[in-house]
Ligand binder design. Sequence first.
Ligand code: SF4
Length: 400
Amino acid sequence: MTDFNPKLTRRGFLKTSASSVGALVFLDRAFWSMTSGLAKLGAPLPWFKGQVKTTYNYCDICPWRCGIVVKSVGNRVYKIDGNPKDPKSRGMLCARGQAGVSFLYDPDRLKQPMIRTGARGEGKFKNATWEEALDYSAQKMLTIKDRYGPESVAFFGHTSGDFWFTDYLSQAWGSPNSAKPSVSMCTTPREEAALITFGRAIGNHEPVDWDNARAIVLIGTHIGEDARNTMMQDLANARARGAKLVVVDPHYSSAAMKADYWLPIKPGTDTALLLAWMNVLIGEKLYDADFIAKWTVGFDQLADHVKAFTPEWAAPITDLPADKIRETARAMGRNRPQSVIVPGRHVIWYGNDTQRMRAVYIGNALVGALGRPGGMYFNKPPFIDEIQHPPFAATSGAGG
Ligand code: SF4
């Protein structure tokens, strides 16, 4: 804790300086940066009364859940930073996490349950206590159960803590109708493809050895825009270390701006590009023959299958120049096995996503990147396997 000597309250300071919420947010930041600057110089800090309290928590704005350090005075939070000891934030937050204070004090933030009082869509609600809201929901559910049976209630969940709802509550209630549809729109093809190709799901988080990769390929993966704090840091560090970066994306994304190769592919044609890459890797003997011999089956069939899928074949399909397709395949092959096509998340794109993801994994296998430094590893979630439970209706695939 840090003591401050009051002369002018901070609220008073703000009142005289700002009249809009935007200005308040700006001044919050200015205040804290000024405070820490003056504190470093040993100057007295006269403008509010109280002690700065430091607490530790995690950011729940997205499922990544970075560790945070929260600075508050009284009951008011003023600053949120990344926790340097947390392996996810490593002392830094993404823009959303940084804006967590505004999120907390947003005047439109829902802070308590509300029960609809008007017709659906009319927008009329009344505030309720948690007891009222829970009783209300329970009563509605029991009425449906009595009339139609427990299976007529379906449970849908996503991310933080959803398993209590979609797995445990649905089981206790007696409904097999439990789903995580958002997962189906995000990582399910990735996991299904991994099950079919490797015999196991890859799990969360994306198991990429960023620290040792020498060539990184992002295809349909928007690191920097689909913000995941740690991955952004990992990618930035890899680039700073000199790793080659290939970004396949129709739009000039934040990652594309930093790439050695930006391939603005025609949407919906990723698999053609992946097949052409395989054609070059195999045709130019840029694959890891020892790895393939030891760990894979079906290489000869694959080689036959992709023979016709040359870069010239893929060029008019993908709208990419054949020489760029060849050049990027060579960049991957020459850096093998520290060369990885990042499996990504939000991999639902065109309807052939499971096969597209299989092609991603086969590309990784060709360069020997599976289970190798600088490639993809196979992680194990920290759950206690010995605790037995009945099978769940829905299987998880995402969540952070
Ligand atoms: S990635 Fe950003 S929004 Fe998500 S938990 Fe971390 S800081 Fe919060």
